[in-house]
Design a protein around this ligand. Sequence first.
Ligand code: PGA
Length: 238
Amino acid sequence: MPGKIIIANWKMNGNFSLAHEINNYLVKMVNAPNKIIICTPSIFFNYFDHQKVNLGAQDISVIEEEYGAYTGEISGKLLKYSGCEHVLIGHSERRQYFNENNEILNKKLQNALKFNIQPIFCVGETKEEYDKQLTAKVLEDQLKIIKNLPVTDQLKVIIAYEPVWSIGTGLIPDLKYISKVKDIINKLFEKNLKIVYGGSVNTGNANEILNSWPIDGALIGGASLKLPDFKKIISFAE
Ligand code: PGA
């Protein structure tokens, strides 16, 4: 199905030759109907053609200043300066390992919007929450900060539904479950936002995910680091 959003999340991985190869592939895809967004560690940004490749960061500082004495931080201003038009916010790994809660995530969200960087806002329940059938409650809580935005800003956000039990495990939800999740999310907003799915998307399941599920695209971790696999996943969306 044409016009899907395909997001690569390299996490703390990659190397210069991979960046170079993926850039060479993507510059040729510039007129393709799909929107491909590459979220790499910031050290690789300069390996991409900023005019032709949609670059995303994996994090943005909570600090609202453009510059300052905040060692290790990258402000929205600096991300924009390095060619980033998108940023992942609220990934479960950041929620889990860096204790990012709604208060912190809201600051990051505001900073992204302030610098006109599109937030890719990640939400999803853990295995325990899934087993206790708490998905709706968890998503409502995580999406509260998006719901509080003016509608014009809500519409700038891509929601990435990534069940934590699916990330890196090879397990994926079924169509019925995804349809239910989509309804839960849509009910929260006045207008429907773009929703992508993330969690163990690979060459074996991407066709079904991209063409049979009621979603706008996919967020891909592990499989985005292997160029042949990544190309194959993109080909299903063409
Ligand atoms: P995965 O990761 O595709 O390796 O499961 C997805 C993600 O965490 O964004």
